[in-house]
Design a protein around this ligand. Structure first.
Ligand code: 5AD
Ligand code: SF4
Length: 441
């Protein structure tokens, strides 16, 4: 989501005639697109903004903007205004399209400063009211991840999981018009993109707020009808909202990958309830059964959090137990980080050392499962979309199987955007290595 929003910011800048430059000292404008989902993300953003002070000193003409989730939190814009006086523009999540005009205002105010008493223009229009319900369809994204194209289908979140800041900083759910989404998919496919990832905090809510009777399954169905060879993935799905209809669409489609990211968060019913997730472990396990019954080779990934305030050792054991049962192909694991303004931040917290110990145990377990699953790929032939040249190795490229596994194989830059049959020759924890057996046209 954030990568794609940065692509939109880059699009706004490109439309104004700006081009990407190699280092911050060459820049006329620097935009920080921030995240505040965990304390580490926020601290990293603030640290990076702090570093720019020296750059601004060397180049007083520089325009510095801070945008996205972080300034949308209560009091955060004021904090930035005071701590970083060299920041010129602060915009929230729903008004990033104002970036172009705000840059103009800053530049005009600088040329117009005559008296010392005249204040330079600084924009701190961080928030828009929660009912600011419009979608900007005109901001052109400057896509940076060919052959993958990210496409927003729904913004915001209505779920209010008790640990999560997202509903507060991104507002309520707002779906894009289905035809606008379909047009964007077609444009990307016509432009040669081979993998479309549909984005939303909860893609399964797609359409709930629209007047028409479209839903996520219908959207998938319509996308599947678009001509051309391309793949479709989507994220994120909420287990309480994933329907049989969506699973049926996935299974019936030749374009939607057998791959699903289904955040579980915890394996204990008590913790899931305290998290306000509105499903229990039984529901989660039955979804996994439903998916595997329809798509035996499906790659399922998840998000898991440890150290939620009410998590006991026994609750954590329940998480390990469900991880053993499900056998995720990969898991993103997080230490719970209290977010000011959320209900869980008000609860009594558990010591950091306990959280650290739990996450180490969880990572060790998942690594062993990831490795075992990787081993089952060895010897087989899989369709792989070549997505990039492999980092740090010459004449190698990388891409993913339909199930989402990363494969490194022989190839060159010209292979990017092509599909190949690749025989897996070796596996190493989460990574697979293989040999091309021919292009799939
Ligand atoms: N602390 C730690 N992890 C969090 N996530 C969301 N909020 C928090 C938090 N306060 C994790 C969840 C979510 C992923 C995107 O980030 O696991 O699925
Ligand atoms: Fe946060 Fe829950 Fe919404 Fe996901 S579904 S963005 S975890 S509140």
């Amino acid at each position: 989501m954030n990568v794609h929003e940065s692509e939109k910011l880059a699009g706004i800048l490109a439309a104004k005639g700006y081009a990407e430059c190699g280092c911050e000292d060459d820049a006329d404008v620097i935009v920080f697109n921030t995240c505040c989902i965990r304390d580490t993300a926020e601290r990293r953003a603030l640290g990076n903004i702090g570093v720019i002070k020296a750059v601004k000193k060397r180049n007083p003409n520089l325009v510095v903007a801070v945008v996205g989730c972080m300034p949308q939190q209560d009091g955060a814009a004021e904090n930035i205004r005071q701590r970083y006086p060299y920041v010129d523009i602060v915009l929230g999540t729903r008004n990033i399209s104002m970036l172009a005009e705000e840059i103009d205002k800053v530049l005009i105010s600088r040329t117009g400063v005559k008296k010392r008493s005249d204040k330079k223009y600084r924009c701190f229009d961080r928030t828009l009211p929660e009912d600011y319900l419009t979608i900007d369809e005109n901001t052109p994204a400057l896509r940076t991840s060919f052959p993958n194209a990210w496409i927003n289908i729904i913004y915001g979140c209505n779920n209010f999981c008790s640990y999560c800041i997202v509903p507060y900083v991104r507002g309520r759910e707002l779906s894009r018009d289905m035809n606008a989404v379909l047009d964007e998919v077609k444009r990307c496919v016509d432009g040669g993109y081979k993998e479309i990832t549909l984005l939303g905090q909860n893609v399964n809510s797609y359409g709930n707020d629209l007047k028409s009777d479209v839903n996520f399954a219908r959207l998938l169905h319509e996308i599947d009808k678009i001509e051309g060879k391309f793949r479709v993935r989507f994220m994120t799905s909420h287990p309480k909202d994933l329907t049989e209809e969506v699973m049926d669409e996935m299974a019936a489609s030749s374009k939607i990958c057998s791959n699903l990211h289904l955040p579980m968060q915890a394996g204990s019913d008590k913790v899931l309830s305290d998290m306000n997730r509105r499903y229990d472990r039984q529901r989660y396990l039955s979804l996994i059964d439903g998916l595997r019954r329809r798509m035996p080779d499906i790659g399922i990934t998840t998000d898991i959090m440890v150290g939620f305030p009410t998590e006991t050792e026994a609750d954590f054991e329940d998480t390990l137990d469900i991880v053993r049962r499900v056998r995720f192909s990969n898991a993103f694991t997080f230490i719970y980080s209290p977010r000011k303004g959320t209900p869980a931040a008000e609860m009594e917290q558990i010591p950091y050392a306990v959280k650290q110990e739990r996450i180490s145990g969880l990572i060790a377990l998942q690594n062993s499962i990831t490795k075992e699953i990787s081993d089952t790929y060895t010897g087989g032939v899989y369709e792989v979309l070549c997505e990039d040249v492999a980092p740090k190795s010459e004449n190698k490229v990388c891409g993913r199987t339909e199930s989402g596994r990363l494969v490194t194989f022989d190839g060159a830059e010209a292979d990017i955007g092509k599909f190949f049959n690749v025989r897996i020759t070796q596996s190493r924890s989460a990574s697979l290595f293989g040999r091309k057996e021919g292009e799939i046209l």
